[in-house]
Write a protein that binds this ligand. Structure first.
Ligand code: GMT
Length: 390
Protein backbone atom coordinates (compact mmCIF):
# COMPACT_ATOMS: atom_id res chain seq x y z
CA UNK A 1 0.00 0.00 0.00
CA UNK A 2 0.98 3.61 -0.47
CA UNK A 3 -0.57 5.76 2.20
CA UNK A 4 -0.50 9.26 3.62
CA UNK A 5 -0.84 9.63 7.39
CA UNK A 6 -1.99 13.05 8.59
CA UNK A 7 -1.53 13.88 12.27
CA UNK A 8 -0.62 16.39 14.95
CA UNK A 9 3.08 16.31 15.81
CA UNK A 10 2.63 17.31 19.45
CA UNK A 11 3.08 15.46 22.73
CA UNK A 12 -0.24 13.60 22.81
CA UNK A 13 -1.81 10.25 22.17
CA UNK A 14 -3.18 10.81 18.66
CA UNK A 15 0.23 11.85 17.31
CA UNK A 16 1.92 8.94 19.08
CA UNK A 17 -0.57 6.38 17.71
CA UNK A 18 -0.32 7.85 14.18
CA UNK A 19 3.48 7.86 14.21
CA UNK A 20 3.89 4.40 15.66
CA UNK A 21 1.31 2.98 13.26
CA UNK A 22 3.12 4.67 10.34
CA UNK A 23 6.42 3.15 11.49
CA UNK A 24 4.94 -0.32 11.88
CA UNK A 25 3.18 -0.21 8.51
CA UNK A 26 6.42 0.95 6.85
CA UNK A 27 8.29 -1.96 8.47
CA UNK A 28 5.71 -4.29 6.97
CA UNK A 29 6.62 -3.11 3.46
CA UNK A 30 4.08 -0.34 2.90
CA UNK A 31 5.16 3.09 1.62
CA UNK A 32 4.07 5.60 4.25
CA UNK A 33 4.11 9.40 3.96
CA UNK A 34 3.60 11.26 7.25
CA UNK A 35 2.25 14.80 6.90
CA UNK A 36 2.21 17.48 9.58
CA UNK A 37 3.54 20.96 10.31
CA UNK A 38 6.64 19.50 11.95
CA UNK A 39 8.11 16.02 12.48
CA UNK A 40 5.98 14.31 15.13
CA UNK A 41 7.20 13.50 18.59
CA UNK A 42 8.54 9.87 18.49
CA UNK A 43 9.14 10.08 14.68
CA UNK A 44 12.41 8.60 13.45
CA UNK A 45 13.62 7.88 9.94
CA UNK A 46 13.49 4.36 8.53
CA UNK A 47 13.08 2.73 5.09
CA UNK A 48 9.66 3.27 3.44
CA UNK A 49 8.79 6.09 5.83
CA UNK A 50 8.84 9.73 4.71
CA UNK A 51 8.00 12.99 6.42
CA UNK A 52 6.44 15.93 4.51
CA UNK A 53 6.05 19.33 6.11
CA UNK A 54 2.96 21.43 5.51
CA UNK A 55 4.28 24.90 4.75
CA UNK A 56 2.06 27.56 6.26
CA UNK A 57 2.02 30.95 4.56
CA UNK A 58 2.62 34.00 6.69
CA UNK A 59 0.70 36.65 4.78
CA UNK A 60 0.01 39.77 6.88
CA UNK A 61 -3.64 39.92 5.79
CA UNK A 62 -4.36 36.69 7.65
CA UNK A 63 -5.07 37.11 11.30
CA UNK A 64 -5.46 33.29 11.49
CA UNK A 65 -3.44 31.15 9.08
CA UNK A 66 -5.67 28.85 6.98
CA UNK A 67 -3.74 25.67 7.81
CA UNK A 68 -6.45 23.35 6.45
CA UNK A 69 -5.99 24.82 2.97
CA UNK A 70 -2.22 24.39 3.07
CA UNK A 71 -2.74 20.82 4.23
CA UNK A 72 -5.31 20.02 1.52
CA UNK A 73 -2.97 21.46 -1.09
CA UNK A 74 -0.07 19.35 0.20
CA UNK A 75 -2.25 16.23 0.04
CA UNK A 76 -3.17 16.91 -3.59
CA UNK A 77 0.54 17.19 -4.47
CA UNK A 78 1.48 14.04 -2.57
CA UNK A 79 -1.29 11.88 -4.03
CA UNK A 80 -0.23 12.90 -7.53
CA UNK A 81 3.50 12.62 -6.98
CA UNK A 82 3.62 9.33 -5.06
CA UNK A 83 0.45 7.61 -6.19
CA UNK A 84 -0.94 7.60 -2.64
CA UNK A 85 -3.91 5.21 -2.45
CA UNK A 86 -5.36 6.14 0.91
CA UNK A 87 -5.20 9.21 3.15
CA UNK A 88 -5.43 8.19 6.82
CA UNK A 89 -6.26 11.15 9.05
CA UNK A 90 -5.70 10.98 12.80
CA UNK A 91 -7.93 13.33 14.81
CA UNK A 92 -10.80 14.58 12.65
CA UNK A 93 -10.31 18.34 12.89
CA UNK A 94 -9.20 19.71 10.47
CA UNK A 95 -7.57 16.63 8.91
CA UNK A 96 -10.77 14.90 7.77
CA UNK A 97 -12.06 18.12 6.18
CA UNK A 98 -8.74 18.79 4.41
CA UNK A 99 -8.58 15.21 3.11
CA UNK A 100 -12.11 15.53 1.73
CA UNK A 101 -11.21 18.81 -0.03
CA UNK A 102 -8.13 17.21 -1.58
CA UNK A 103 -10.16 14.27 -2.81
CA UNK A 104 -12.71 16.53 -4.48
CA UNK A 105 -9.99 18.31 -6.45
CA UNK A 106 -8.28 15.06 -7.39
CA UNK A 107 -11.56 13.54 -8.59
CA UNK A 108 -12.79 16.57 -10.50
CA UNK A 109 -9.61 17.68 -12.13
CA UNK A 110 -7.19 14.78 -12.22
CA UNK A 111 -9.64 11.87 -12.44
CA UNK A 112 -7.81 10.24 -9.52
CA UNK A 113 -9.65 8.39 -6.79
CA UNK A 114 -8.03 8.31 -3.37
CA UNK A 115 -9.67 6.58 -0.41
CA UNK A 116 -10.21 8.35 2.91
CA UNK A 117 -9.84 6.84 6.36
CA UNK A 118 -10.06 8.67 9.66
CA UNK A 119 -9.24 7.51 13.16
CA UNK A 120 -11.20 9.51 15.71
CA UNK A 121 -9.25 10.02 18.91
CA UNK A 122 -11.40 11.71 21.50
CA UNK A 123 -11.84 15.44 21.91
CA UNK A 124 -12.21 15.79 18.12
CA UNK A 125 -15.66 14.30 18.85
CA UNK A 126 -16.40 14.84 22.52
CA UNK A 127 -15.31 18.49 22.86
CA UNK A 128 -14.08 20.34 19.78
CA UNK A 129 -16.18 18.60 17.12
CA UNK A 130 -19.35 19.19 19.12
CA UNK A 131 -18.73 22.93 19.32
CA UNK A 132 -21.19 24.81 17.18
CA UNK A 133 -18.47 26.51 15.14
CA UNK A 134 -17.10 23.12 14.05
CA UNK A 135 -20.11 20.82 14.21
CA UNK A 136 -21.54 20.93 10.66
CA UNK A 137 -18.23 20.55 8.86
CA UNK A 138 -17.05 17.82 11.22
CA UNK A 139 -20.26 15.86 10.73
CA UNK A 140 -20.03 16.29 6.96
CA UNK A 141 -16.36 15.33 6.72
CA UNK A 142 -16.61 12.22 8.87
CA UNK A 143 -19.63 11.04 6.85
CA UNK A 144 -17.52 11.38 3.69
CA UNK A 145 -14.77 9.06 4.95
CA UNK A 146 -14.67 5.56 3.48
CA UNK A 147 -13.47 4.15 6.79
CA UNK A 148 -13.90 5.47 10.31
CA UNK A 149 -12.16 3.91 13.28
CA UNK A 150 -12.19 4.67 17.02
CA UNK A 151 -9.92 3.26 19.76
CA UNK A 152 -12.84 2.31 22.04
CA UNK A 153 -16.44 1.15 21.79
CA UNK A 154 -17.31 4.13 24.01
CA UNK A 155 -15.97 6.66 21.48
CA UNK A 156 -17.65 4.85 18.58
CA UNK A 157 -20.99 5.09 20.43
CA UNK A 158 -20.43 8.73 21.39
CA UNK A 159 -19.74 9.58 17.75
CA UNK A 160 -22.91 7.91 16.56
CA UNK A 161 -24.89 9.62 19.31
CA UNK A 162 -23.47 13.11 18.72
CA UNK A 163 -23.21 13.06 14.94
CA UNK A 164 -25.95 10.58 14.01
CA UNK A 165 -23.53 8.74 11.75
CA UNK A 166 -25.97 5.85 11.49
CA UNK A 167 -25.01 4.95 7.92
CA UNK A 168 -21.41 4.52 8.98
CA UNK A 169 -20.11 1.61 10.96
CA UNK A 170 -17.24 2.76 13.07
CA UNK A 171 -14.67 0.04 13.38
CA UNK A 172 -13.21 -0.24 16.88
CA UNK A 173 -9.45 -0.76 16.65
CA UNK A 174 -7.83 -0.19 20.04
CA UNK A 175 -4.57 1.66 20.55
CA UNK A 176 -1.49 -0.50 20.98
CA UNK A 177 1.72 -0.50 22.96
CA UNK A 178 5.29 -1.54 22.26
CA UNK A 179 5.62 -4.25 24.93
CA UNK A 180 9.39 -4.46 24.50
CA UNK A 181 9.92 -0.81 25.22
CA UNK A 182 7.24 -0.50 27.90
CA UNK A 183 7.94 -3.35 30.31
CA UNK A 184 8.62 -3.71 34.01
CA UNK A 185 12.18 -2.78 34.89
CA UNK A 186 14.52 -1.47 37.54
CA UNK A 187 13.57 2.07 38.48
CA UNK A 188 15.96 2.53 41.39
CA UNK A 189 18.18 5.12 39.69
CA UNK A 190 15.20 7.28 38.69
CA UNK A 191 13.77 7.02 42.20
CA UNK A 192 17.09 8.20 43.56
CA UNK A 193 17.15 11.14 41.13
CA UNK A 194 13.61 12.11 42.14
CA UNK A 195 14.30 11.81 45.84
CA UNK A 196 11.70 9.06 46.03
CA UNK A 197 13.81 6.36 47.69
CA UNK A 198 11.97 4.57 50.45
CA UNK A 199 8.62 6.13 49.61
CA UNK A 200 5.83 5.71 47.04
CA UNK A 201 6.13 7.22 43.57
CA UNK A 202 2.87 8.34 41.98
CA UNK A 203 2.98 9.48 38.33
CA UNK A 204 0.64 11.44 36.07
CA UNK A 205 1.39 11.96 32.37
CA UNK A 206 -0.66 14.25 30.17
CA UNK A 207 -0.95 17.37 28.06
CA UNK A 208 -2.36 19.22 31.11
CA UNK A 209 -5.57 20.34 29.44
CA UNK A 210 -8.81 20.86 31.44
CA UNK A 211 -10.13 17.46 30.30
CA UNK A 212 -7.33 15.78 32.29
CA UNK A 213 -8.54 17.28 35.61
CA UNK A 214 -5.02 17.77 36.89
CA UNK A 215 -6.29 19.48 40.02
CA UNK A 216 -7.89 16.16 40.96
CA UNK A 217 -4.45 14.57 40.60
CA UNK A 218 -3.10 17.03 43.17
CA UNK A 219 -6.09 16.65 45.52
CA UNK A 220 -5.93 12.86 45.29
CA UNK A 221 -2.20 12.96 45.97
CA UNK A 222 -2.69 15.23 48.98
CA UNK A 223 -5.16 12.69 50.43
CA UNK A 224 -2.77 9.78 49.82
CA UNK A 225 0.06 11.81 51.31
CA UNK A 226 -1.77 12.00 54.65
CA UNK A 227 -1.10 8.33 55.33
CA UNK A 228 1.88 7.55 53.04
CA UNK A 229 5.29 9.03 52.43
CA UNK A 230 5.08 9.73 48.70
CA UNK A 231 6.35 11.76 45.76
CA UNK A 232 4.26 12.81 42.76
CA UNK A 233 5.88 13.07 39.30
CA UNK A 234 4.08 15.24 36.74
CA UNK A 235 5.19 14.46 33.19
CA UNK A 236 4.23 16.55 30.15
CA UNK A 237 3.21 20.14 29.74
CA UNK A 238 0.11 22.19 29.02
CA UNK A 239 -2.15 25.04 30.07
CA UNK A 240 -3.20 23.65 33.48
CA UNK A 241 0.25 22.80 34.78
CA UNK A 242 0.62 26.16 36.56
CA UNK A 243 -2.79 25.65 38.24
CA UNK A 244 -1.68 22.23 39.45
CA UNK A 245 1.49 23.69 40.92
CA UNK A 246 -0.45 26.44 42.67
CA UNK A 247 -2.88 23.94 44.19
CA UNK A 248 0.03 21.80 45.39
CA UNK A 249 1.32 24.88 47.23
CA UNK A 250 -2.08 25.59 48.77
CA UNK A 251 -2.45 21.97 49.91
CA UNK A 252 1.11 22.06 51.25
CA UNK A 253 2.41 19.15 49.16
CA UNK A 254 4.49 21.18 46.68
CA UNK A 255 7.77 19.89 48.17
CA UNK A 256 6.75 16.37 47.22
CA UNK A 257 5.80 17.20 43.62
CA UNK A 258 8.37 16.88 40.82
CA UNK A 259 7.52 18.77 37.62
CA UNK A 260 9.44 16.97 34.89
CA UNK A 261 8.12 18.43 31.61
CA UNK A 262 8.09 16.39 28.40
CA UNK A 263 10.21 13.25 28.52
CA UNK A 264 11.43 11.18 25.58
CA UNK A 265 12.09 8.08 27.65
CA UNK A 266 8.75 7.83 29.39
CA UNK A 267 9.29 4.14 30.11
CA UNK A 268 12.09 4.92 32.61
CA UNK A 269 9.81 6.91 34.88
CA UNK A 270 6.97 4.40 34.53
CA UNK A 271 9.31 1.57 35.55
CA UNK A 272 10.03 3.44 38.78
CA UNK A 273 6.34 4.21 39.45
CA UNK A 274 4.08 2.55 42.04
CA UNK A 275 0.71 4.01 40.97
CA UNK A 276 -0.46 5.95 37.92
CA UNK A 277 -3.16 8.63 38.35
CA UNK A 278 -5.47 9.46 35.41
CA UNK A 279 -8.69 11.18 36.58
CA UNK A 280 -9.81 12.56 33.17
CA UNK A 281 -13.32 13.80 32.48
CA UNK A 282 -13.70 11.28 29.66
CA UNK A 283 -10.68 9.64 28.18
CA UNK A 284 -11.53 7.98 24.88
CA UNK A 285 -8.89 5.35 25.56
CA UNK A 286 -6.02 6.52 27.78
CA UNK A 287 -2.85 5.51 25.98
CA UNK A 288 -0.69 6.61 28.92
CA UNK A 289 -2.69 4.27 31.19
CA UNK A 290 -1.91 1.42 28.79
CA UNK A 291 1.80 2.29 28.75
CA UNK A 292 1.79 2.42 32.55
CA UNK A 293 0.14 -1.02 32.82
CA UNK A 294 2.65 -2.43 30.32
CA UNK A 295 5.35 -1.40 32.83
CA UNK A 296 3.40 -3.21 35.57
CA UNK A 297 1.88 -0.07 37.10
CA UNK A 298 -1.75 -0.16 38.37
CA UNK A 299 -3.90 2.81 37.32
CA UNK A 300 -6.18 4.87 39.55
CA UNK A 301 -8.73 6.95 37.67
CA UNK A 302 -12.43 7.54 37.12
CA UNK A 303 -15.08 5.25 35.76
CA UNK A 304 -15.61 7.44 32.70
CA UNK A 305 -15.25 7.36 28.93
CA UNK A 306 -13.26 4.50 27.41
CA UNK A 307 -10.93 4.03 30.40
CA UNK A 308 -12.88 0.98 31.71
CA UNK A 309 -12.05 -0.75 28.39
CA UNK A 310 -8.34 -0.36 29.16
CA UNK A 311 -8.17 -0.62 32.96
CA UNK A 312 -9.96 -3.54 34.62
CA UNK A 313 -11.49 -2.11 37.79
CA UNK A 314 -10.33 -4.03 40.85
CA UNK A 315 -7.83 -6.10 38.85
CA UNK A 316 -5.39 -3.76 37.12
CA UNK A 317 -6.35 -0.60 38.94
CA UNK A 318 -9.19 1.18 40.70
CA UNK A 319 -11.83 3.27 38.95
CA UNK A 320 -13.58 5.70 41.31
CA UNK A 321 -16.83 7.50 40.55
CA UNK A 322 -16.22 10.66 38.51
CA UNK A 323 -14.93 13.56 40.55
CA UNK A 324 -13.92 11.25 43.42
CA UNK A 325 -10.49 12.66 44.14
CA UNK A 326 -10.74 11.67 47.82
CA UNK A 327 -11.67 8.13 46.73
CA UNK A 328 -8.62 8.08 44.45
CA UNK A 329 -6.28 9.17 47.18
CA UNK A 330 -7.67 6.97 49.95
CA UNK A 331 -8.13 3.80 47.85
CA UNK A 332 -4.68 4.40 46.33
CA UNK A 333 -3.18 4.58 49.84
CA UNK A 334 -5.04 1.41 50.92
CA UNK A 335 -3.73 -0.44 47.89
CA UNK A 336 -0.13 0.56 48.54
CA UNK A 337 -0.56 -0.49 52.17
CA UNK A 338 -1.63 -3.99 51.09
CA UNK A 339 1.60 -5.11 49.40
CA UNK A 340 0.26 -8.50 48.35
CA UNK A 341 -2.77 -7.01 46.59
CA UNK A 342 -0.62 -4.32 44.98
CA UNK A 343 1.86 -6.95 43.69
CA UNK A 344 -1.05 -8.96 42.27
CA UNK A 345 -2.30 -5.86 40.47
CA UNK A 346 1.15 -5.20 39.06
CA UNK A 347 1.25 -8.67 37.49
CA UNK A 348 -2.33 -8.36 36.24
CA UNK A 349 -1.57 -4.93 34.74
CA UNK A 350 1.23 -6.27 32.59
CA UNK A 351 -0.93 -9.24 31.53
CA UNK A 352 -3.78 -6.89 30.62
CA UNK A 353 -1.44 -4.71 28.53
CA UNK A 354 -0.45 -7.80 26.54
CA UNK A 355 -3.96 -7.76 25.03
CA UNK A 356 -2.89 -4.56 23.27
CA UNK A 357 0.33 -5.85 21.68
CA UNK A 358 1.22 -3.93 18.53
CA UNK A 359 1.34 -6.90 16.10
CA UNK A 360 -2.34 -7.96 15.81
CA UNK A 361 -3.63 -4.39 16.13
CA UNK A 362 -1.39 -3.05 13.37
CA UNK A 363 -2.52 -6.01 11.29
CA UNK A 364 -6.16 -5.04 11.86
CA UNK A 365 -5.40 -1.53 10.57
CA UNK A 366 -3.47 -2.92 7.62
CA UNK A 367 -6.32 -5.20 6.64
CA UNK A 368 -8.94 -2.47 6.99
CA UNK A 369 -6.91 -0.02 4.89
CA UNK A 370 -6.09 -2.66 2.28
CA UNK A 371 -9.72 -3.62 1.98
CA UNK A 372 -10.56 0.00 1.28
CA UNK A 373 -8.04 0.35 -1.50
CA UNK A 374 -9.40 -2.69 -3.26
CA UNK A 375 -13.04 -1.86 -2.70
CA UNK A 376 -13.62 0.13 -5.93
CA UNK A 377 -15.28 3.51 -6.08
CA UNK A 378 -18.63 2.20 -4.90
CA UNK A 379 -17.14 0.79 -1.68
CA UNK A 380 -18.27 -2.67 -0.66
CA UNK A 381 -16.32 -5.14 1.40
CA UNK A 382 -13.50 -7.19 -0.09
CA UNK A 383 -11.79 -10.13 1.55
CA UNK A 384 -8.67 -8.89 3.31
CA UNK A 385 -6.56 -11.65 1.72
CA UNK A 386 -7.05 -9.99 -1.68
CA UNK A 387 -5.50 -6.84 -0.30
CA UNK A 388 -2.34 -8.08 1.36
CA UNK A 389 0.31 -8.83 -1.19
CA UNK A 390 2.80 -10.39 1.19
O1 GMT B 1 -8.33 14.16 22.37
C1 GMT B 1 -7.32 14.64 22.88
O2 GMT B 1 -7.27 15.19 23.99
C2 GMT B 1 -6.09 14.57 22.14
C3 GMT B 1 -5.63 13.19 21.90
C4 GMT B 1 -4.18 13.37 21.77
O3 GMT B 1 -3.72 13.76 20.72
O4 GMT B 1 -3.53 13.17 22.81
O5 GMT B 1 -5.93 12.24 22.94
C5 GMT B 1 -6.89 11.29 22.64
O6 GMT B 1 -6.30 10.30 21.82
C6 GMT B 1 -5.49 9.33 22.47
C7 GMT B 1 -4.99 8.34 21.41
O7 GMT B 1 -6.05 7.68 20.81
C8 GMT B 1 -6.26 8.61 23.56
O8 GMT B 1 -5.43 7.67 24.22
C9 GMT B 1 -6.75 9.66 24.57
O9 GMT B 1 -7.57 8.98 25.50
C10 GMT B 1 -7.57 10.72 23.87
N1 GMT B 1 -7.89 11.80 24.81
C11 GMT B 1 -9.14 12.03 25.22
O10 GMT B 1 -10.10 11.40 24.84
C12 GMT B 1 -9.30 13.11 26.21
Amino acid sequence: MRLAVVCYPTYGGSGVVATELAQQLASRGNEVHVISYEPPFRFSEQPNLFFHRVEVSDYPLFRYQPYSLNLANKLIELVEEYGVEVVHSHYAIPHAQAAWMAREVLREERKLDVKLACTLHGTDITLVGKERSFFELTRFAIQRQDLLTAPSAWLAEETQREFHTTDHNIEVIPNFVDLERFRPGDGSEIRRQLGAEGCDLITHVSNFRPVKRVEDVIRGFAVLRRSRKAVLALVGDGPDLAKAEKLAQILKVRDDVRILGKLDRLESILQATDLFFLPSVAESFGLSALEAQACGVPVIGYHAGGLPEVVIDGETGILCPEGGDVCMGSLGADLLQDTERWQGMRTASRRNAERFAAGPIVEAYEKALCRLIHSGSSGGPQPAEDCLQR
